[in-house]
Write a protein that binds this ligand. Structure first.
Ligand code: NAD
Length: 496
């Protein structure tokens, strides 16, 4: 199956110089070939978006909201079709794909309220018979560059707000699972979005670089790994663009001695191995505060034994394969690295039964104990089903571990002590904090973002920050019907 761009409301019909294989990770087979955009193809998409912008920026708020409502209804009605597309290219189990779409729907619902969100301020008689008011205007063409791990949700963190604010969009989704983006483009067209307002170009670095350089692209929202996020931020801002670049993560879950250890173990397994650990909000490190380590590791191991790994389309499967064979091999290499570094390999994911095709990109849930912060299994973002337990002698030592980590996306504390939880949320240098909640992804009317190496730029994703990011402010000072303007006066205007 050929997977191609959507430019100006149409499937692109050109001949691609370069293409990429798209795998079904549960079978290891190539399911499609995706066209890789050249700089010229990106220019076509930006031109289509630029032409559409001249009209879309003046579309009424009512029209924009109507399109978003229609899109929301279509997405809700077709979510099982989209979940199948995601599972076939990403590998996550169908229920997990459905969960991703549900969270994406929340972001669309937020954008349905755009008339309310774009209300400005008005000050009558700021000076005598002079009124002052603020308006938020769209930026123009914006680029969205997204990762493989949420092929529907992450684009929809940005695209609805960008469009509802009056911008037009060129989306460059991950080349590993590109079909969800085309599905979204087709739904937007069906919802009545004019041609050219939302365009999709597929590809790799070449397409990304052209988006970052193109003078008509005014802003870029990026999500992906930290080295690429840093590169996108530096390159995009150097070229005069507004950029928000969300990067990788190493999320810690601190378990205090007074915590409910069954709750904590359930949460660690769910958040560590859901989506095979390929979530930027996955828990990859459990910090067990003395003396709970042994008991907690025992409880986590028991639960891992019950995780059903297999083809996400088969009933009962809870964890699917990794996205590609290369990624699976990289993740698997950490099992030997961790053991050689001296960590205790409590559960080895290589030996577990798989309910799926032997050629799939499998690795079962893996648990390391007694991990030190200088081991590569701790320092690196593994992005797979490998959970590390670090032992900490005290609450203060646990906080020091988390705060010393260069990533700052999400964290959780498990405790029954409200005072300790409150202290943690105050002291921890992380953008999103869960209290007895392992994956604290904010609801769509807040915004999503990490600190430190997990986000470059000053705007978080979606919610109020999204509206701020995709608009620029204008303030108008006006005087009407005032014959007593005072004649010529070269002094600086003062309010009277
Ligand atoms: P990635 O950085 O490899 O790719 C992300 C995007 O950048 C893709 O569209 C890809 O085509 C493009 N890209 C890759 N290499 C590039 C290069 N050299 N130059 C320009 N563009 C390039 O990330 P991924 O593997 O697709 O996704 C997983 C990563 O994303 C993890 O690090 C994960 O933590 C992170 N992530 C972060 C968040 C967040 O909100 N902070 C959310 C989801 C995923």
């Amino acid at each position: 199956m050929r997977i191609t761009h959507r430019i100006g409301g149409k499937a692109w019909t050109g001949i691609a110089q370069r293409t990429g294989d798209v795998y079904d990770p549960a079978t290891g087979q190539v399911g499609g070939k995706v066209d890789f955009a050249s700089a010229f193809d990106v220019d076509e998409a930006v031109t289509a978006a630029r032409e559409a912008f001249s009209r879309w920026r003046n579309a009424s708020l009512a029209q924009r909201a109507n399109v978003m409502f229609a899109f929301r209804e279509l997405l809700n009605a077709r979510k099982s079709d989209l979940a199948e597309i995601i599972t076939a290219e990403h590998g996550k189990v169908l229920s997990d794909a459905a969960g991703e779409i549900q969270r994406a729907l929340e972001a669309v619902e937020f954008a349905c309220g755009i008339p309310q969100l774009l209300k400005g301020g008005f000050s009558e008689n700021a000076s005598t018979r002079v009124d002052v008011y603020s308006i938020q205007q769209p930026l123009g063409v914006v680029g969205v560059i997204s990762p493989f791990n949420f092929p529907a949700m992450v684009p929809l963190w940005f695209v609805p707000n960008a469009i509802a604010c009056g911008n037009t969009v060129v989306l460059k989704p991950s080349e590993k699972d590109p079909s969800a983006a085309n599905f979204l483009a087709d739904l937007f067209a069906e919802a009545g979005l004019p041609d050219g307002v939302f365009n999709v170009v597929h590809g790799d670095k070449e397409a990304v670089d052209r988006i970052l350089e193109h003078p008509q692209v005014k802003a870029v929202s990026f999500v992906g790994s930290t080295p690429i996020a840093r590169y996108v931020y530096e390159t995009g801002t150097r070229n005069g663009k507004r950029v928000q670049a969300l990067g990788g993560a190493k999320n810690h879950m601190v378990v205090l001695p007074d915590a409910d250890l069954d709750l904590a173990a359930d949460a660690a397994v769910s958040a560590g191995f859901g989506s095979a650990g390929e979530r930027c909000m996955a828990i990859s490190v459990v910090v067990a505060v003395n003396p709970v380590g042994d008991e907690l590791v025992g409880k986590i191991s028991e639960r891992i034994a019950g995780v059903h790994v297999g083809d996400g389309r088969r009933p009962g499967c809870e964890m699917g394969p990794l996205v590609t064979g290369a990624h699976r091999d990289r993740v698997r290499s950490y099992l030997d690295a961790g053991r050689s570094a001296g960590a205790t390999l409590v559960v080895d994911g290589r030996g577990q039964p798989i309910d799926g095709d032997d050629a799939g990109f499998w690795l079962g849930p893996t648990l390391f104990d007694h991990v030190d912060v200088d081991m590569s299994i701790y320092t690196d973002e593994i992005f797979g089903p490998v959970l590390s337990v670090v032992r900490a002698p005290s609450y203060d030592a646990a906080v020091d571990v988390v705060n010393a980590n260069p990533y700052g996306n999400g964290t959780a504390i498990f405790t029954n002590d409200g005072g300790a939880a409150r202290r943690y949320q105050n002291e921890i240098e992380i953008g999103m904090v869960g209290v007895n909640v392992a994956i604290p992804v904010p609801v769509s009317y807040y915004s999503f973002g990490g600190w430190k190496d997990s986000l470059f730029g000053d705007s978080h994703a979606y919610g109020p920050h999204g509206v701020h990011f995709f608009t620029r402010a204008k303030v108008v000072t006006s005087r009407w019907l005032d014959p007593s303007h005072g004649g010529v006066n070269l002094g600086f205007p003062q309010n009277t």
